[in-house]
Design a binder for this molecule. Structure first.
Ligand code: PGA
Length: 258
């Protein structure tokens, strides 16, 4: 199984206060001295500063779960790229299905956010994925292509290095369900070929993570699937023991490759 420098990302959603985040990152730092796994954590906005301070001196990267599509303005409740950068973020998750569904973000808004993030020197994790209804109507490929094309319009091949895709089928998030391995392999390959063609880049340059009900028991199975470059984890990232177990699985597989 080939997996080079797998990326394990924890999306904490609306969990953990700034103090809890600081404590958690301190403990994570103490138990993860791994050279072959990228560890990225996305806490809430209010925890960015304490989490990034706690991560100093380690390779753990801290990022935001969302960002405004404008640099500044009369936008009550919004948080801008310069604000999250200054709080210590090096990346931002954009297009998460919870943002799409609950906060009604569409591909065009996500596209504006992505361009702004990249031009602000933030790396981007772009989430894409079909709903159960779309899956049942055999629309998965069409939806994914549409999301990738619309969200990444005008993003140049020079910027592509700073974009990571996370395939997260909406029906698999927090549900305990997940796609069959052969389906996942096919979809990851599809995302990669679509973007390699779009940017005229070798396919190895495109990184695609899987997300949706990943836990310490099934992480290895996902990581062993060809073209899965890492994992985006919600629930299981909140518990230190589970998250570290997942990192250890990734470490084992990356050592096999090294
Ligand atoms: P989950 O969430 O691991 O709890 O399914 C994943 C996500 O929403 O990114």
């Amino acid at each position: 199984m080939k997996i080079k420098f797998p990326l394990i990302v924890g999306n904490w959603k609306m969990h953990k206060t700034a103090l809890e985040a600081e404590e958690h990152i301190r403990r994570l730092k103490a138990v993860t001295v791994h050279s072959h796994v990228g560890i990225w954590i996305a806490p809430s906005f209010t925890s960015l500063f304490s989490a990034s301070s706690a991560a100093k001196g380690s390779s753990i990267q801290i990022g935001a779960q969302n960002m405004s599509d404008l640099m500044a303005g009369a936008l009550t409740g919004e948080v801008s790229a310069p604000m999250i950068l200054e709080a210590g973020a090096s990346f931002v998750i954009l297009g998460h299905s919870e943002r799409r569904k609950i906060f009604r973000e569409d591909d065009f808004m996500i596209n504006r956010k992505i361009k702004l993030a990249l031009r602000s020197h933030l790396k981007v994790i772009l989430c894409v994925g079909e709903t159960l209804e779309e899956k049942n109507q055999n629309l998965t490929e069409k939806i994914l292509k549409e999301q990738l094309e619309e969200c990444l319009e005008d993003v140049t091949s020079n910027e592509a290095d700073h974009v990571i895709i996370a395939y997260e089928p909406v029906w698999a998030i927090g549900s305990g369900l997940s796609p069959a391995p052969e389906m996942l392999e096919k979809i990851h390959y599809l995302c990669k070929t679509c973007l390699a063609k779009y940017w005229d880049l070798p396919i190895e340059k495109i990184k695609v993570l899987y997300g949706g009900s990943v836990n310490a028991m099934n992480a290895k199975d996902f990581l062993e699937i060809p073209d899965v470059d890492g994992l985006l984890i919600g629930g299981a990232a909140l518990d230190l023991k589970s998250f570290v177990a997942i990192i250890n699985e990734a470490e084992q597989l990356s050592k096999l490759e090294a």
